[in-house]
Design a protein around this ligand. Sequence first.
Ligand SMILES: [Zn+2]
Ligand SMILES: [Zn+2]
Ligand SMILES: [Zn+2]
Length: 289
Amino acid sequence: MTHELRLDPLTREWVAIVADRQDRPNLAADRSAGGCPFCVGGLEAPEPYTVRAFENRWPPFRGKDGAAEVVLYSSDHQGSFATIGVPGARAVVDLWAERTEALLARPEIEYVLVFENRGALVGATIPHPHGQIYAFPFVPPVPAREAAVAAEHGCPLCTAVRDEVDAADRVVRDEEGWLTYVPYASGYPYGVVLAPHRHVESLAALDEAGRDGLAAALVDTVARYDRLFDREMPYLMWIHPGVHVHVHFAPPLRSADTPRFVASGELGSGLLGNPVAPETAAEALRALD
Ligand SMILES: [Zn+2]
Ligand SMILES: [Zn+2]
Ligand SMILES: [Zn+2]
């Protein structure tokens, strides 16, 4: 049982060794609600709820190394952002903002990452709609890189939102102050970014309209994904606060039945190869209105 953060001497980047998590519950193969710890009455949700956050029983790190929480999006076992409606998604956004602020208030926490792994293909072990939160004692490499770029070149999200609206061919949706687009240099087939037109740093800093706009954009994105291949689309999703808050979605499929693996040439070089042109992906997603 080894459980610690280790510094890779080749890259000087941290790796979380999490060798005591193999006994986590795995209900991925079972879509029924029987035995689900997140359904009302289950281990993690004894009382009725709309949305709920709690400490992860199998955290990759804890104590001085950070914290990990689980966020339940709905008490409906079969629910998702595509079905819980804008008020339901808004409740999730509010809980994300609240938990992020609470974790950042701890002296040892430097960065909070909200994310979701949806579907067995990306390792979700419980199908009940939920996401996770990791709180780090340092700013991790990807958001640190985004912040460094912003410091050197100005806010890249403000620029991207303006440029994508002008170019139009990678825009999926532009409503209520939030733009959904396939980035010009997207590394992921059908990957999208959701960003507010206004330069707002964090979820907590979004006003009422900004939060409603994000909720509507989340519902819209997952509904489009589920229609794209006519199946519940697996995806990776994460939210980057810090510079100009934005949401990344990265599905692990290149077509209905073909997984996209990040292969050796990509991992070994750090250069992602996207088999679907961003303009083609945007056109397909836009057409699913
Ligand atoms: Zn459930
Ligand atoms: Zn900005
Ligand atoms: Zn980002």
